[in-house]
Design a protein around this ligand. Structure first.
Ligand SMILES: [Zn+2]
Length: 282
């Protein structure tokens, strides 16, 4: 009888965990092959998911969820994530810069900080050497910087958006020169996960004009600060880059290529007609 009970329980769990195939893949999954190497698939035992190189299956929805960020002193970036749905759990909202308040209960999560490292490894490179082999060069306000070839074109389009803005308002230029850097093979500070800089898909603009939560005194409550102008943020977001200034654990110099978070199709919205927007391709 006990076996029967287990079987019934398993059947119920299977029904709960596996969305019916007929309904089609969730929008946030269906859009992923636009930018990431792999295939959307459905498995009887795991439901919808993404198969990456080597046959590894990453489920859309797993029974074990990533622990939510608590925003406290033990905050660690890049915690273990087990399903793809978690990427979208905290919606990334582009547009006017919002002053974030640590005491606001709704502001404890950092949109985009949930990352599936396997997706980056299989798309951008499994090792320093492999990523290095796929770096292009992007001219960014006077100097050329290494950037992953899959994200280089979007970064060039950011520059194309910013150049006329700088011409019109030369005060913007110091934010975009003397920049912090792009590609560096390293882990996130105090974390076991690779930084998006390791994949050549992130850029830190002028560090001297930026604010970073780790520069606060230890133990002090988070106090979001920012000087990066709206027009700079807009140019990056329009091309599929998320901004570290949207995080309560702010890192306002930091922009990283995460088109899935800014794509209307990933959100299940009808694609808007835009000139060279993030849905234009990888
Ligand atoms: Zn950075």
């Amino acid at each position: 009888m006990a076996t029967m009970g287990v079987l019934v329980l398993l059947a119920v769990l299977t029904v709960l965990s596996a969305a019916p195939r007929d309904a089609g893949p969730p929008a946030g999954l269906a859009c992923l092959p636009t930018w990431y190497a792999g295939e959307v698939t459905h498995r009887a035992d795991g439901g919808w998911g993404f198969v990456i190189d080597g046959g590894t299956f990453i489920p859309w929805r797993a029974s074990v969820k990533a622990a939510p960020f608590d925003g406290g002193a033990d905050f660690e970036e890049g915690e273990e994530v087990v399903d793809l749905e978690s990427i979208y759990k905290v919606p990334y909202v582009a547009g006017p810069i919002v002053t974030l308040d640590a005491t606001d209960a709704g502001a404890i999560d950092d949109p985009g900080r949930v990352r599936i490292e396997q997706l980056f490894l299989t798309t951008y490179g499994q090792s320093r050497d492999e990523v290095f082999d796929h770096l292009g060069k992007v001219r960014f306000f006077g100097l050329r910087y290494p950037f992953h070839e899959l994200a280089a074109e979007p970064l060039r389009r950011v520059v194309a958006r910013l150049e006329p803005a700088v011409k019109e308002n030369p005060k913007l230029k110091p934010f975009l020169t003397n920049i912090g850097g792009t590609f560096i093979w390293r882990k996130i500070a105090r974390s076991k996960n690779l930084s998006t800089h390791a994949f050549g898909i992130a850029i830190d603009i002028n560090v001297d004009r930026a604010h970073y939560w780790r520069w606060q005194k230890r133990g002090e409550p988070l106090k979001w600060q920012n000087k990066i102008p709206q027009v700079v943020v807009d140019a990056f977001e329009a091309e599929g880059f998320i901004w570290g200034g949207r995080w309560l654990h702010y890192d306002t110099m930091h922009f990283e290529y995460r088109p899935e978070l800014l794509s209307d199709s990933c959100r299940g919205l009808p694609e808007m007609v835009r000139d060279g927007g993030v849905d234009a391709g990888r």
